[in-house]
Ligand binder design. Structure first.
Ligand code: URA
Length: 218
């Protein structure tokens, strides 16, 4: 499929709100998205909107969003410095997890959004977003670590802020991972040398080239 050109994020989201097959739009109030690119180059990717997001049309405005704000404040950033999106753009009924089909049906939309934004780092929040970018990675062992990606945009794995609502002991883990993200930002999002070497190898690997095509060729 050809990549469509958009002048603004708003245009992009309006186009994909109409041109997507996601079955969740039948039950959701509206699609949930942001329209301002981030100054810091940091793009967070959550799972799917919840009840508050569904009503307001904006990502992370509920309890998990308040925690995200708190973690960002801890490293001297605000939501306005960053951009937040979701793997799935519509609320799954009763906040159930999105299915593989729903994730697939919103895939092109997220691809287009990331191509438009060209982030300096992508921060998947939790399992659903992480598996979209780092195949086979487990959040329990990958959180707080940066991974190379065939697009050359580094991926920084993070627990979903909502885990701290159910498991308060993970709050300090998230705070510490946000500090690591800040360190990564201060170093210009440079991956460690050993990881960089691996990244170069991966980029020439034909299988990985296919993956790049998958990301870029919408
Ligand atoms: N949780 C998510 O994953 N996304 C939101 O937008 C809100 C809560």
């Amino acid at each position: 499929m050809k990549i469509k050109k958009f002048k603004t994020l708003k245009q992009l989201h309006e186009y994909y709100s109409t041109n997507n097959r996601c079955g969740l739009k039948k039950t959701a109030t509206q699609p949930v998205y942001e329209i301002h690119p981030p100054k810091s180059g940091i793009v967070f990717i959550g799972e799917a909107p919840g009840k508050n997001e569904d009503l307001e049309g904006e990502p992370f405005v509920g309890a998990a969003g308040k925690l995200l704000d708190e973690f960002l404040k801890g490293i001297g950033l605000t939501r306005k410095d960053t951009y937040v999106s979701n793997v799935v753009k519509y609320r799954p009924p009763n906040n159930r997890e999105p299915t593989d089909i729903e994730k697939r049906d919103c895939r092109v939309w997220l691809n287009a959004e990331l191509l438009f934004l060209n982030p300096k780092v992508i921060v998947p929040l939790g399992r659903h977003a992480l598996e979209r970018f780092v195949e086979g990675a487990r959040i329990s062992v990958s959180h707080g670590l940066a991974f190379p990606h065939p697009s050359n945009i580094p991926i920084f794995a993070m627990y979903h802020p909502a885990v701290a609502l159910y498991n308060p002991s993970l709050k300090s883990t998230l705070q510490s991972d946000f500090k690591k993200l800040k360190g990564f930002l201060d170093k210009g999002f440079e991956l460690e040398t050993s990881t960089k070497k691996k990244k170069r190898k991966e980029v020439v690997d034909p299988e990985k080239k296919k993956a790049v095509k998958d990301i870029l060729d919408l």
